[in-house]
Design a protein around this ligand. Sequence first.
Ligand SMILES: Cc1cc2nc3c(=O)[nH]c(=O)nc-3n(C[C@H](O)[C@H](O)[C@H](O)COP(=O)(O)OP(=O)(O)OC[C@H]3O[C@@H](n4cnc5c(N)ncnc54)[C@H](O)[C@@H]3O)c2cc1C
Length: 408
Amino acid sequence: MTEANATRHTDIAVVGGGLAGSTAAAMLARAGHDFVLIDPDVTYPWDFRCEKLEEYQVDVLRQTGLADVVLPVTTPIERLWVARLGRFSRPYTNHQFGFHYDQLVNRFRAQVPLDHFMKGKVASIAASGDRQTLVLSSGQEVSARLIVLATGPNHSLRKSLGIERNVTSPCHSVTLGFDVAPVGRPKFDFESLTYFPERSSEPISCLTLFPVRSDMRANLFVYRQARDPWFAKFREAPVATCLAAMPGLSRFLGEFEITGDLQIRPADLYETTGYRRPGIVLVGDAFASSCPAAGTGAGKVFVDVVRLCNVHIPNWLATAGMSAEKISAFYDDPEKRASDEHSKEKAFRLRAATIDRNLRWHVRRVLKSTTTATLAGFDRALSTLRGAKRQPHTGTTPQPTPPPSLSR
Ligand SMILES: Cc1cc2nc3c(=O)[nH]c(=O)nc-3n(C[C@H](O)[C@H](O)[C@H](O)COP(=O)(O)OP(=O)(O)OC[C@H]3O[C@@H](n4cnc5c(N)ncnc54)[C@H](O)[C@@H]3O)c2cc1C
């Protein structure tokens, strides 16, 4: 064996440098641990993933101790307009952050010293209650006390270890990502907007519009099968297809165009089984996926990594061995469990609230639209009494923070 591919010994091997792996590696670097981060790409490439952090997710991000270094690559959003059924809109004070996924991940990566990064793909793992051996596709070996498996949806390594993926909801939702721009005006009248479709028959969770640098980014969350011809129609005539599904949108956007590339990404909901093993811990999407429409994936990643790096890894390294019982403390962590449960529950609840034809959900939709219409009438009457001009951006009254169900 040459010196270049001599076995590298370390305490922790983080496999996969997406949001979970890069955040974990940056935290381990800060804490002075002996670790390596292994990923095929030195720089995380552009990818259509999470593009907005909600306020509660930033609260968890702060617990990584890295918020101050990563938030500067995001675009802060102060005011969120919420439109329901095309009839009601009001601005809320809400601190969200828009970004391109690769820029956020690479900001975490920048906190990892170069000599702690190994470019490559892990081809195989032999795990035990003592030391773990990883072999990269180049043949390079790594020996570690602990493996943090952060390989996202890629199933091959998990499968080779006998960890199974159980798809609980195939094509649970489909997310469309694109940029929008106003026609004939320099900017829109809102800073960010969450638009819920006016017709309950539309299989759309919502459309979110938010700034990322100088662009207005759009994420549209729909419940359709991946092969639905509606997606081809959307590609051919995006603005017309958007307006056919949400006619009231033009009231808020005026004339607009869809610019740049259109991304369409279906998402399966899956969980893993057989993950309680010695020497290996699964985090982020490697453990379980989330529904983009629910907007819980990044929060789930941060909770995993915060609990792992702040609590469990220091405990595990303090004593000899890396048994399955030790590792189980992470999966049984009440904060992790609550975060996973919240993500799962929200994914199914939102889908049912949008498309479930069951009487209970139908009644809920009718009640919601009736309440919205009543509030819209009340809002109009109030505006008339005050002689106020109904333009969302002119409101000066302090507004409440939106309830979590609205804060998409
Ligand atoms: C379209 C879309 C929109 C979304 N929108 C939102 C949202 O609005 N809000 C929200 O909170 N969440 C959202 N999510 C979810 C969120 O993006 C994910 O939960 C999060 O990105 C998962 O990060 P991760 O690090 O676990 O996985 P990834 O980012 O996929 O990282 C996995 C890494 O592992 C590497 N890897 C894989 N195999 C190997 C190997 N054998 N060896 C070495 N490296 C390997 C890959 O190269 C990659 O770098 C969205 C997801 C999608 C798909």
